[in-house]
Write a new protein. Structure first.
Length: 61
């Protein structure tokens, strides 16, 4: 973690000019982020339903 922090804040890393984003048919970041957030929320709801109904206990140890 310390190495990553040192690298990310070094002069060489910060001095690199950012490249322009390609917009030729690429999926917008908002769509990807919203989809990921929706999937995480759906998994959270599914886990809560399984926990409260005891469905996760179908395979005993």
């Amino acid at each position: 973690m310390a190495v990553t922090l040192a690298l990310a804040t070094s002069r060489g890393f910060v001095a690199v000019a950012p490249r322009p984003l390609a917009s030729d048919g690429a999926v917008p970041l908002f769509i990807v982020a919203a989809t990921a957030a929706g999937l995480v929320y759906a998994q959270l709801i599914l886990g809560a339903v399984m926990r409260h109904t005891g469905a996760g206990l179908a395979i005993p140890d």
